[in-house]
Design a protein around this ligand. Structure first.
Ligand SMILES: [Zn+2]
Length: 358
């Protein structure tokens, strides 16, 4: 996508802010100071912003398998600090998800855990229905059970999305054993939020040891890259054309180097196995895959959008983990977007997919 200085200038000129509060409250715990709510306005219109990448925890569910709490900011017992951070950042709605920690649990244990977890998530959202929606959780290690859990979560509890890891206890999401789960997600039209759990199979090798927190820094986006690549090359996305999957962290490394996937089909057509129906890069932009904005710079987001199209991108903050508190500004500062495209990225697309009132 070309960058035009004039386009950028006109786009920025049409954007205004009201109630732009200081952002230092985003990560400041302790005494609550009144935070002015930042209201995001594009071309004179107040728009609703939606964050599709925000974490929380349900301790009652974690207790069932003695899972420790990673960070106190995940708790929803006091949502005031969280809402103040949202207000400061200009986030109107968070779509809450829980990183899977239960993929090794047995069937009965997993059934009980998911039940209490999803029911509690619904309560979290109901306490502040204007500010929170949730991604249901499911025990993918038991695919038929997971399909039932999604069915119940959507039809009875009212969820419009479901969260998954980037793999399930070492098994790729593209493995045919998960087809019942994908079929249910497709049938119900839910958005699947895919968040990596790291490339844990690499960790015993020591390749990610040492400085740099590489298990997270590159281990997380690497897992997303592997998961998406298999979903494309193993035909999962062909098998379920109605699937909608949002990949965390801008889809990991895949959108940065996706054309190598097209090139391998030309270069080694006899060695790549069964070819997907389309060139691999087409899957990034054809409506099945979505990506959050956690790529840190306007140039990185510009490139992601160049590979995927603006309609595939939604804001992510990773709250309460302080990777970023400036996603709204990132979208506003990314060159080459029309007002409508910015509005879609800031919240319009997520609102449509998750059934959030505009
Ligand atoms: Zn995250």
């Amino acid at each position: 996508m070309p960058i035009s200085g004039d386009l950028l200038a006109s786009a920025l000129a049409s954007i205004a802010f009201v109630g732009c509060a200081m952002t230092s409250a985003a990560s400041a715990p302790g005494p609550h100071t009144q935070t002015r709510r930042r209201e995001v306005v594009v071309n004179g219109k107040r728009i609703k912003t939606v964050d599709v990448h925000a974490h929380c925890a349900v301790p009652a569910a974690m207790a069932l398998i003695n899972q420790p709490l990673e960070a106190s900011g995940l708790l929803m017992t006091d949502t005031r600090t969280r809402i103040e951070a949202m207000d400061a950042q200009g986030i109107d709605v968070e779509a809450l998800s829980i990183n899977p920690y239960w993929y090794h649990a047995g069937r009965d244990e997993a059934a009980a855990l998911i039940k209490v977890q999803n029911e509690t998530l619904v309560e979290f959202c109901a306490a502040n229905p204007d500010r929170f929606v949730g991604f249901a959780t499911a025990a993918l290690q038991h695919p038929e059970l997971a399909a039932e859990q999604v069915d119940y979560a959507v039809k009875t509890l009212g969820f419009r999305g479901v969260g998954v890891g980037g793999s399930v206890a070492g098994v790729e999401l593209a493995d045919p054993r998960f087809h019942p789960f994908w079929a249910k997600c497709e049938e119900l039209g839910v958005l699947v939020f895919m968040h990596p759990l790291g490339t844990r199979e690499l960790e015993p090798s020591g390749r990610l040891a040492g400085s740099g927190l590489l298990t997270n820094t590159i281990g997380n986006p690497l897992e997303t890259t592997i998961a998406l690549s298999h979903l494309i090359f193993e035909g999962t996305l062909d098998h379920f054309p109605g699937l909608k999957i949002c990949a965390a962290h801008g889809g990991g490394f895949l959108p940065s180097y996706a054309h190598r996937c097209d090139a391998v089909c030309r270069t080694f057509p006899d060695r790549v196995g069964k070819l997907p129906k389309k060139p691999p890069t087409a899957y990034l932009r054809d409506g099945q895959l979505f990506f959050d904005t956690i790529v840190f710079t306007p140039e990185a987001l510009r490139h992601l959008i160049a590979e995927t199209g603006p309609g595939q991108i939604m804001i992510g903050t990773d709250y309460p983990f302080p990777w970023t508190s400036t996603e709204v500004d990132l979208v506003l500062r990314t060159p080459g977007l029309s007002d409508d495209e910015r509005i879609a990225i800031l919240g319009g697309t997520a609102a449509r997919l998750l059934g959030i009132a505009p």
